[in-house]
Design a protein around this ligand. Structure first.
Ligand SMILES: CCCCCCCCCCCCCC(=O)SCCNC(=O)CCNC(=O)[C@H](O)C(C)(C)COP(=O)(O)OP(=O)(O)OC[C@H]1O[C@@H](n2cnc3c(N)ncnc32)[C@H](O)[C@@H]1OP(=O)(O)O
Length: 159
């Protein structure tokens, strides 16, 4: 199954967290299964907080971008539309809350989950959590708001 980020137009694919065209970014891939979106990410050794544990800012970034990706996938599904079709449903983070429940070990693959709590109008509230070795170490919530038309029009303008 395609990741939602692989369906974004090139102009909207430079995000540090999820842009497939950002070679220095995290390039996360969120795959929607009809119920939730899942992303997998293995932190690199330089994503260290203290030796052996993952830096919290990275974990927040994973929740952030997986949250907006989940929102986009869910919005296309709710509209009965094919992901990536125009007019584009792209979401910005309006609010990000992250709770670090326990230290996240550096080494194993992280599984990032995203589920829709609320979807109404231009706003999607996504609950997201990070699982490692079967344990949830981080839990968060993203309020994602659909990018306003004027913002998208500017970004998609080709001279
Ligand atoms: C940086 C530009 C990129 C753009 C391209 C997109 C590609 C994405 C790239 C990947 C990105 C990856 C991730 C990144 O890094 S995204 C980068 C970080 N985020 C930003 O820079 C966003 C900056 N903020 C804004 O542009 C505006 O405030 C937005 C667009 C978010 C809303 O302003 P707008 O004027 O459009 O909104 P509205 O007033 O009509 O409200 C609409 C609804 O939203 C609700 N609401 C609003 N704010 C909040 C809040 N803080 N908490 C809770 N709820 C909030 C509001 O109550 C209402 O709900 P309801 O009353 O209907 O229920």
């Amino acid at each position: 199954m395609n990741a939602i980020q692989d369906t974004y137009p090139d102009e909207l694919s430079h995000c540090y967290g999820c842009g497939r065209l950002n070679p220095d970014g995290l390039q996360i891939k969120s795959v929607w299964n009809g119920n939730e979106a899942i992303a997998r990410f293995t932190p690199r050794p330089y994503h260290t907080a203290v030796p052996g544990y993952v830096y919290g800012g990275l974990l927040a970034s994973l929740i952030d971008c997986h949250g907006t990706g989940t929102a986009a996938a869910a919005a296309y599904a709710a509209a009965g539309r094919e992901p990536g079709t125009a007019p584009y449903l792209r979401f910005l983070t309006a609010s990000l809350r992250v709770n670090f429940l326990k230290p996240t070990p550096l080494g194993p693959e992280l599984i990032i989950h995203g589920r829709v709590k609320e979807l109404a109008g231009r706003k999607v509230v996504v609950e997201a959590w990070i699982e490692v070795d079967g344990e949830t170490t981080v839990q968060g919530e993203v309020v994602a708001v659909q990018a306003p038309d004027h913002m998208l029009a500017n970004l998609l303008r080709r001279d």
